[in-house]
Design a protein around this ligand. Structure first.
Ligand SMILES: N[C@@H](CCC(=O)N[C@@H](CS)C(=O)NCC(=O)O)C(=O)O
Length: 203
């Protein structure tokens, strides 16, 4: 099977998919999309100009949650969607909140459209503040049964939450006790630690 992950440096949504691929032990190759290509040649792969996209034997999928669900169904080994319907629904709830409510409004394209007036430094600050503001609200409904976000095992909810929290830290936000604890907890699991994509370092 030929799997290509279209990603870009520092892409939070791509990190989610890469983590899923690694955790499930699925072989793939990364295609690094430059910021120029995002707005030009890459539009034939993804008309929104967003990463990630995943090509499986030439069939292209986009949207990280849809891709994660696809990988879950196609490679059910090492499930990331909990143990029962209630857990699955809560995991999807957390992922939707992170993807739709936290990530989307602070997306680079969205901010450029809505706030063309502010400079890059202010944008970074705004993005970080927005993420932490939302994560604060989300924290009350996480880690009730264990150190994992939902239930007693590692899931997509942990991947989405940990990735967006790390993004806020990259934007210069101060650490948050609850999310530091969550990150430390999931990293105690060797398979989680081994599958976590490498930290982003700007060139
Ligand atoms: N909801 C989409 C979001 C994708 C997205 O926003 N990707 C960002 C990188 S994390 C991107 O490609 N941004 C390029 C831009 O805004 O120009 C998903 O989950 O895949």
């Amino acid at each position: 099977m030929d799997i290509l992950l279209y990603s870009a440096k520092g892409s939070n949504s791509s990190e989610r998919v890469q983590w899923v691929l690694n955790f499930k032990g699925i072989p793939y190759q990364i295609v690094e999309v430059s910021s120029q290509a995002l707005n030009s040649t890459y539009l034939t792969i993804n008309p929104f100009g967003y990463v990630p996209s995943l090509a499986v034997n030439g069939v292209v999928f986009s949207e990280s949650m849809a891709i994660a669900e696809y990988l879950e169904e196609r490679f059910p080994r090492r499930s990331l969607l909990g143990e029962n319907l209630n857990e699955r629904t809560h995991i999807r709830r957390v992922c939707e909140y992170v993807n739709g409510s936290i990530h989307s409004p602070q997306n680079r394209t969205v901010l450029q459209f809505l706030r063309p007036d502010i400079d890059e430094v202010s944008k970074r600050q705004l993005r970080g503040e927005w993420i932490m503001h939302c994560l604060e609200k989300l924290s009350t409904s996480l880690c009730h049964e264990s150190g994992y976000a939902i239930g007693h095992g590692f899931s997509l909810a942990d991947i989405f939450v940990a990735s967006i929290y790390k993004k806020a830290l990259q934007h210069g936000c101060c650490g948050h006790a609850f999310y530091n604890r969550h990150l430390m907890f999931i990293r105690q699991n060797d398979s989680v630690m081994a599958s976590e994509p490498p930290a982003y370092s700007p060139d």
